[in-house]
Design a protein around this ligand. Structure first.
Ligand SMILES: Nc1ncnc2c1ncn2[C@@H]1O[C@H](COP(=O)(O)OP(=O)(O)O)[C@@H](O)[C@H]1O
Ligand SMILES: O=C(O)C1=C[C@@H](OP(=O)(O)O)[C@@H](O)[C@H](O)C1
Length: 370
């Protein structure tokens, strides 16, 4: 097995190392066969995909995390019940009821206040995206507090994917220790090795949503793992992120906490550190396949868009990306040759323009036009 051939967590004390290796082995079984990178990867045979789903579910159970619900037939799916998270639509939300004085509600605002509207949009987008994704995993990157874990969990439920949070997996491999404890006890370098190991072991699997730690993007090896799936960057202003991490308690995030941080200066310190970190890391985040803005409109301007809206934005951007990639591939496959009266020709020349009777008819017509 991968974990036993290659000690996963090399610097922990022996007892912990054994526990960590066992947890890592339980969390991520060895891949059966090496996988090609995403762009070239064929869809896994159904049995392999089902096996990956099963192993991911049992890995979750082994890690003490809730397994995703069994996947019901697509047609029986209900939209997620999110109305506790979002205010119900007010007057004017349906556009028609808006009075003359009220300006019409923008699409973005409507998504934030009209649960039924958002819910239908999520369902429609998921129905189109699902067959296009073909089980391709999604990796979520972004700074601390951008909502990677919150949105990732929601996304996994929506896509019926298994969910992994790299910080969470590392904590499970170190029973009783938080990320902050691991930083304090073994140092950041050790933590980064664990982070890489988790990404490496998850990389061969499909049907996963993986929320990464904010610093995972700085290691180039991690990109080689994450590029087995689609990488989405949750992009938000440091001030918004600082408000969130302070509200949650900065002690949880060792890079924002330390001597001299008090309740009074926590926001200022977090804001300054997040600003500096973002400046240093932006060039890495920019390698993402899709960028998902966190900005909110109207009443959400200060707190950012609700998590369900962020997830919807992510879904639409992933779909756009897949469609753009397909169109690009198609454009590369067909091109025109001067003198052929602007007729598109498939890659490989006129002989490859088409197959069967229609292909032969096209070739006859091209020859006649020449
Ligand atoms: N869209 C959102 N709107 C409001 N609060 C959010 C949103 N997304 C996340 N949060 C809150 O921000 C904090 C950090 O979120 P989390 O998902 O842990 O971020 P990350 O995993 O990127 O560090 C949590 O308290 C979470 O509840
Ligand atoms: O930005 C970073 O370097 C870190 C982000 C944290 O994860 P979140 O982004 O989930 O807070 C965690 O991995 C660790 O504290 C380091």
């Amino acid at each position: 097995m991968l974990a036993s051939r290659q000690p996963a967590l090399t610097r922990a004390p022996t007892g912990q190392r054994r526990a960590a290796a066992a947890a890592a082995a339980a969390a991520v079984p060895a891949p059966r066969a090496p996988r090609a990178p995403l762009a070239a990867a064929p869809v896994a045979p159904p049995r392999l995909a089902a096996a990956a789903r099963r192993t991911a579910a049992s890995a979750l159970a082994a890690a003490g995390l809730a397994a995703p619900p069994a996947r019901p037939p697509r047609r029986q799916r209900q939209p997620p019940r999110l109305w506790l998270l979002l205010p119900r639509a007010g007057p004017g939300a349906d556009g028609a009821a808006a009075s003359d004085e009220e300006p019409p509600m923008s699409e973005e605002e409507r998504l934030s206040v009209d649960f039924d509207y958002l819910s239908n949009k999520i369902k429609d987008t998921t129905d189109v995206l699902d067959p296009e994704l073909k089980g391709c995993s999604i990796y979520i990157i972004g700074m601390m507090g951008s909502g990677k874990s919150t949105v990732g969990r929601m996304l996994a439920n929506t896509l019926r994917y298994a969910f992994f949070d790299t910080d969470g997996v590392i904590e499970k491999a170190h029973p009783g220790m938080s990320v902050a404890d691991i930083f304090r006890e073994y140092g950041e370098e050790y933590f980064r090795k664990c982070e890489s190991q988790v990404l490496k072991e998850l990389a061969p699997y499909k049907n996963l949503v993986v929320s990464t730690g904010g610093g995972a993007v700085t290691n180039p090896m991690n990109w080689s793992y994450m590029h087995n799936g689609i990488v989405a960057w949750l992009e938000g202003a440091p001030e918004l992120l600082a408000r969130r991490v302070v509200a949650e308690g900065v002690e949880k995030r060792p890079l924002l906490y330390g001597d001299g941080v008090t309740a009074d200066n926590a926001f200022g310190v977090a804001n300054a550190k997040l600003t500096a970190l973002l400046e240093a890391r932006e060039k890495y985040y920019e390698n993402a396949d899709v960028r998902v803005p966190l900005s909110g409109v109207a009443a959400d301007e200060d707190r950012g868009a609700p998590a369900a809206v962020v997830m919807y934005r992510l879904l639409t951007r992933v779909l756009d990306k897949i469609e753009a990639t397909k169109a690009e591939r198609e454009a590369r496959r067909t091109f025109t040759i001067e003198g052929l009266a602007g007729k598109p020709v498939a890659a490989g020349g006129p002989a490859a323009a088409g197959e069967g009777e229609e292909g032969r008819r096209q070739q006859r017509q091209q020859r006649a036009e020449e």
